[in-house]
Design a protein around this ligand. Structure first.
Ligand code: DGJ
Length: 710
């Protein structure tokens, strides 16, 4: 809901539990008023009427109070907007008026107005010497989406050195703490919490993709627990380089500024008539602790971000860990038969099916099936997979090229490179310059032809190296390729989805190197990590769940001992229950699994299919974090609930304490699907459920269903 104060200078956006308010003063300063629990318009106006801070010569009257600090004038905080023309640097903007979808008013309106459409969008328009700056606000649930458009209406070019999507201002509290998700390849999404001190904490990526090092998300709170307390969260919808800076200012206020690009050295140059729309930087306030904040993020993504989120994701099989590049039609056909027999619904051929791709040294860029490995193309295998009752998927990495490829031999200038400098190879590959229209067109033609050549239902879209030599010889403003690469990627995905609406897409970047709200609005699930060790995954999944829902979190059961990382031995039970917390997949070498293992796998897949709607669409409660002892999560959907619990190691023979459940009706009674026992809701909530976990690397699944009428 959007409410507008008398005079059209105070705006209040409200979701079910939260509000956000801002105000333009008579002097034209855009001030932040409120972000937190739901308030009335009169409260926002009372905040707007508070006196300005006392004048002090060494303090800025604006710092810490402004909604979107621009560079220039009496400001010393990090600017969200930094622009330069031939004549000057900085912005001195003038407020022009506001618009909303249901009402369109100028800044001189003096009526009180209110709209409550679901997608009410507020736009505040400013101008500075021909540069039109519009701040956009859209409330979706309790998530506020913010972004900015910049349009050059003047005759001269304007350089955007920095154009952040939003600055978020938090209220004054003692002891702010920051939560972030850090990592590296095969160790993504690890949650850390630490106290903020004065100054700035900056996270981001200068790699050209979202990166394994940080998810573009932060949470701030002063005293929250898993289920109680205020939590502020911010997440950026961008899949290229990015930056989020969290600043504790001298008066202890906190501001969070974020947007595309890492450095301030130039994002884009807008010629006369050109415009740039920043990515969305979404913010959420919750008073339900970390768990409540996660559930609100998940609900938002299922409702507004993830395509077809109400359609459950199938169980997939992928042979990458089992076979790597050594694939053939015959071998994949044999694996497909075994996969179908254990209940798999989607069979995916990973890397190695195309061009001269028998190792990572050749073939990227040549998106035609290898004659040696697939003599009649992909169609016979796809048909066979369909005949087995499964969908068929393939792996691609369209943004890359191996120097040893037909594409590179024909177009060595299609890659990012600096003239006269070496072309840095990672994994023997170079990055295509997707900002070039000819490259965009080539990829569209190749991928469209590929998806038309065989009945392909699923595309795993990979990205296996960072930008290094991001040059573009001959282009007057080459650094634009950092932004334009992402825009071209999004456009290509959008075009392919429109032309092939039945095809689902997975975002992968050497595991979880491209997980963000931007790519998630165009893909159906994400590859969480190349680390498929079931114990490490519990921590990765715990971090991932802070922001993203199980509905997109792909998780495979692979071989034991673990072949990729650590040789850890674990039971099928432990591996399956770990992966059943997300979108279940199987990635082990099924050709080596015994009949007993295959039969057990079939039972686990059957069980997953039963609990899948609750896992993929339910509310998540993290009952105990994976910190060495027992850990557990619970999903609740309507009258059904499922608990997944793990025990890493039992010490001193101590029994595992009962798990206090959440999200149930204390007055209801629940039947346990495993034991048939009947439990009272109040007892489960206040005294807990016994899991029977014992020993090392144990795991269990417990289903609960409300008994009607009692
Ligand atoms: C990296 C991915 O994360 C893996 O799952 C696999 O697809 C390889 N690339 C293939 O090269």
């Amino acid at each position: 809901m959007l409410e507008i104060g008398a005079g059209g200078r105070t705006w209040l956006l409200s979701g079910p539990t939260s509000s956000y308010a801002l105000h333009v003063t008579e002097g034209g300063e855009l001030l932040h008023l409120h972000w937190g629990p739901r308030i009335a318009l009169a409260d926002a106006e009372a905040l707007a009427a508070l006196p300005a801070p006392r004048y002090r010569p060494f303090e800025s009257p604006l710092d810490g109070r402004e909604e979107y600090p621009v560079e220039g004038g009496p400001r010393f905080v990090r600017p969200a907007l930094s622009v330069r023309t031939e004549e000057r640097r900085g912005t001195e903007w003038v407020f022009e008026g506001h618009e909303s979808d249901d009402t369109s008013t100028s800044g001189t309106t003096d009526s009180t107005d209110s709209t409550d459409g679901i997608d009410d969008e507020l736009r505040l328009r400013f101008t500075d010497a021909g540069l039109a700056i519009t701040l956009h606000y859209r409330m979706r649930g309790d998530v506020l989406e913010r972004w900015v458009t910049l349009a050059n209406g003047g005759p001269a070019p304007v350089e955007l050195l920095r154009a952040d999507s939003a600055t978020w201002t938090l209220p004054e509290r003692d002891g702010w703490r920051l939560s972030q998700l850090h990592g590296r390849w095969a160790a993504e999404s690890r949650l850390v919490r630490s106290g903020l001190t004065y100054g700035e904490k900056v996270i981001g990526s200068r790699r050209g993709h979202t990166g394994h090092q940080h998810l573009p998300w932060v949470a701030l709170e002063a005293d929250a627990t898993e289920e109680r307390g205020e939590v502020y969260g911010c997440a950026l919808a961008w899949s290229g380089s990015w930056r989020i800076a969290v600043a504790q200012l001298p008066d202890a206020r906190v501001q969070i500024t974020g947007g595309a690009g890492y450095d301030d050295s130039g994002l884009l140059r807008l010629a006369a008539g050109e415009a740039f729309t920043t990515p969305v930087f979404a913010g959420l306030w919750s008073d339900g602790g970390f768990g409540g904040a996660s559930r609100a993020w998940h609900a938002y993504q299922r409702a507004y971000v993830i395509p077809d989120a109400d359609r459950d994701r199938p169980v997939l099989y992928n042979s990458w860990e089992a076979t790597e590049f050594h694939i053939s039609e015959e071998q994949q056909t044999a694996l497909a038969r075994r996969a179908a027999a254990i209940g798999v619904e989607l069979f995916v051929v990973d890397d190695g099916w195309f061009g001269a791709r028998t190792s990572d040294r050749a073939g990227l860029g040549d998106w035609r099936p290898s004659h040696d490995r697939f003599p009649s193309g992909l169609k016979p295998l796809a048909d066979h997979v369909h005949a087995l009752g499964m969908q068929f998927g393939i792996w691609v990495e369209p943004e890359m090229v191996n120097p040893d490829s037909d594409l590179y031999r024909a177009h060595p200038d299609w890659v990012q490179y600096q003239p006269g400098r070496k072309r840095t190879e990672f994994r023997n590959q170079l990055v295509l310059n997707l900002a070039r229209e000819d490259v965009q067109e080539y990829l569209w033609e190749q991928l469209d032809a590929l998806l038309s050549s065989a009945p392909i239902d699923y595309v795993k879209w990979d990205f296996n190296r960072c930008f290094t030599d991001a040059g573009w010889p001959g282009e007057p403003y080459p650094q634009r390729l950092w932004v334009d690469h992402v825009r071209a990627l999004y456009a290509l995905l959008d075009r392919l989805r429109a032309a092939h609406p039945a095809v689902a897409f997975e975002s992968c970047s050497g595991g979880g190197g491209r997980v963000d709200l931007g790519v998630m609005s165009r893909t159906d699930e994400v590859w969480t990590s190349d680390n498929t060790d079931p114990l490490d995954r519990l921590a990765t999944q715990h971090g991932f769940s802070q922001i993203h829902p199980a509905r997109v979190m792909a998780a495979w059961v692979t071989d034991s001992p673990n072949t990729q990382l650590n040789g850890r031995v674990s039971s099928l039970r432990f591996r399956f229950v770990s992966s059943m917390a997300g979108v279940l997949g199987v990635g082990g070498d099924l050709a080596q699994w015994t009949e007993e293992e295959l039969a057990e796998a079939r039972d686990w897949v059957d069980l997953y299919k039963e609990i899948r709607p609750i896992v993929q669409r339910g509310d998540l409660y993290r009952l105990r974090p994976p910190d060495g002892g027992p850990s557990a999560i619970q999903y609740v959907l309507g009258d059904e609930s499922v608990v997944l619990a793990w025990l890493q190691a039992q010490h001193y023979g101590e029994p595992v304490p009962p798990l206090r459940l959440r999200g149930l009706d204390p007055a209801a009674t629940y039947a346990c699907g495993e034991t048939g026992e009947v439990h009272r809701g109040a007892v489960l909530l206040h005294h807990g459920l016994r899991t029977g976990l014992h020993g090392d690397l144990d795991a269990t699944v417990i289903r609960l269903r409300r008994i009607p009428g009692i």
